[in-house]
Design a protein around this ligand. Structure first.
Ligand SMILES: CC(=O)[C@@H](O)[C@H](O)COP(=O)(O)O
Length: 255
């Protein structure tokens, strides 16, 4: 199972806590999937009726909490939010989001790097939500990040792994860095593909919360992650252009 900043988590599935039809449905999705980490947004949930009951429910899930800086558009805002989250949730883990474009919600690589440098200096364990850019990954690691969270596709789109070439390249360049595919996954098969590529975990929210049956969908993702990881560890065959017979010809009857 993946190890993030020295902590082994019991599942490769990380779930968001927003958009569910009700807190009870959210709790069911966690229970049925066995997800090991819940990401929580101080800002969003504080503004969306996330009162004491909600926090008590989240605490009762028995999962690791990964506070995030969702909704922050500058490094400064993200740093301030991270500090507040550390106080509220009592963890130095922070999923760092610095949004660079209001339409695509894509991460701002410059603001992200600035904020990551500040927060690692301040003792945070930073999980940066990033584009799949190799150079950015290199800089974030140099800034002290020990986990990377490249996106699959823009948040909430469900488009899946948009740039498999770049994701494969990231994985190949940094084989020992724990990497989580975050955002844009729509289907369990996409999560399985991420596992087959060798990624360590996935983080998703909309695909589960907006399913007709969120708990069933969460379980489907958990099963897909298991299958994909098993396939990865089993050593997949190398694809080839030329056909190769899978049935031996020796002993074939002559007609
Ligand atoms: C909950 C959270 O952190 C989201 O910002 C995350 O990136 C999930 O994205 P999807 O909703 O596309 O799965």
């Amino acid at each position: 199972m993946p190890v993030f900043y020295g902590t082994e988590v019991p599942s490769r599935l990380m779930l968001g806590t927003a958009l569910y039809p009700s807190p009870a449905v959210m709790a069911d999705a966690f229970r049925r999937s066995g997800a090991g980490i819940a990401t929580v947004s101080l800002r969003r949930e504080a503004g969306n009726g996330g009162g004491q009951d909600f926090w008590a429910l989240v605490a009762g899930l028995g999962v690791h909490l990964l506070p995030n800086t969702a909704g922050c558009h500058t490094a400064r805002e993200a740093v301030t939010t991270a500090h507040m989250a550390r106080e509220v949730f009592g963890t130095d883990w922070i999923k760092l989001e610095v949004i660079g474009n209001a339409d695509t919600l894509q991460p701002d690589p410059f603001g992200l790097l600035d904020a990551a440098r500040i927060l690692t200096d301040d003792g945070f364990h930073v999980f940066p939500y990033m584009t799949e850019d190799l150079v950015l990954a290199d800089r974030l690691l140099a800034a002290g990040c020990e986990v990377l969270m490249p996106w699959a596709a823009p948040i909430g789109t469900g488009l899946g792994l948009m740039n498999p070439y770049a994701l494969r390249s990231l994985r190949a360049h940094f084989p020992d860095v724990p990497m989580v595919i975050d955002a844009g996954l729509g289907l369990p098969s996409q999560a399985a593909a991420a596992m087959e590529m060798g990624f360590d975990a996935v983080l998703l929210n909309t695909a589960v919360a907006h399913a007709d049956d969120p708990a069933a969908m969460a379980e489907a993702f958990a099963l897909a992650l298991r299958a994909g990881r098993l396939a990865h560890d089993a050593g997949p065959m190398a694809p080839r252009d030329m056909a190769a017979p899978s049935t031996p010809l020796i002993g074939k009857a002559f007609l």
